[in-house]
Design a protein around this ligand. Structure first.
Ligand code: FES
Length: 217
């Protein structure tokens, strides 16, 4: 696995931070209109090129938590989305947004408090985070969700994500799961999501990890 680089881009009113190990090059930042990120420019990110609102808006598009921003005026800092959502990406990771508390999340990656992309193919070398290992692998899942869960009045508040050794992701807190089609599919407060890639009831764990030789190490 490539060496982790955490890089700060300092501006007059904002410091944008990029964590190389979380970045899976979705390019929401690079394709955003404006001059905040420009490929080939040094520095690649220039917080002084854009308004604070634009900087925050673009950083929040990063689905992995690789990008984060701290403003000199703390009132401008990112806050959690009003609801916790997990999108089951077609052939790819689980994309989480909300008030996240991910077990073992590095303290110097504050973006993970708001956004994260977690491996569900079982192949990442940076578990629990996606590293794009699903690309070119045999992992195939279109993000359909069969179960509906329970209707919730509120899908916000803290969402804890812990990892069972050689087993699933365990979620605790209000959360809504969005199918790969974009359909709002499941709501609930507790569930276990497959991260070995073997479940026949994805995105949920069905126990298939037991008896397989998959390990979460
Ligand atoms: S973690 Fe995949 S079936 Fe349990």
């Amino acid at each position: 696995m490539a060496k982790r680089i955490v890089k700060d881009f300092n501006g007059e009113s904002a410091t944008v931070t990029w964590d190389s190990q979380l970045c899976i090059h979705v390019a929401e930042c690079g394709r955003a209109k404006g001059e905040l990120f420009e490929r080939g420019r040094k520095p690649w990110c220039d917080p002084d090129s854009s308004s604070d609102d634009h900087v925050l808006n673009v950083v929040k598009r990063c689905p992995t938590g690789s990008l984060s921003v701290v403003f000199k005026d703390p009132a401008k800092n990112e806050s959690s989305a009003a609801e916790n959502t997990i999108t089951v990406v077609y052939g790819g990771p689980l994309v989480l947004q909300g008030e996240l508390d991910i077990e073992g999340a590095p303290a110097d990656s504050p973006g993970l408090k708001f956004r994260a992309s977690l491996c569900r193919c079982g192949l990442s070398k940076n578990k629990p985070y996606c590293d794009n290992s699903h690309e070119g692998s045999d992992f195939k899942d279109y993000g359909a969700v069969g179960d509906a869960g329970e209707a919730l009045e509120n899908t916000g508040g803290p969402l804890t994500v812990s990892m069972v050794e050689n087993g699933p992701l365990r979620l605790s807190g209000n959360v809504r799961i969005v199918a790969g089609s974009g359909r709002s599919a499941w709501q609930g407060t507790k569930t276990a999501l497959c991260r070995c890639g073997l479940s026949k009831n994805k995105p949920f764990c069905d126990g298939s990890h037991r008896g397989s030789d998959w390990t979460s190490a």
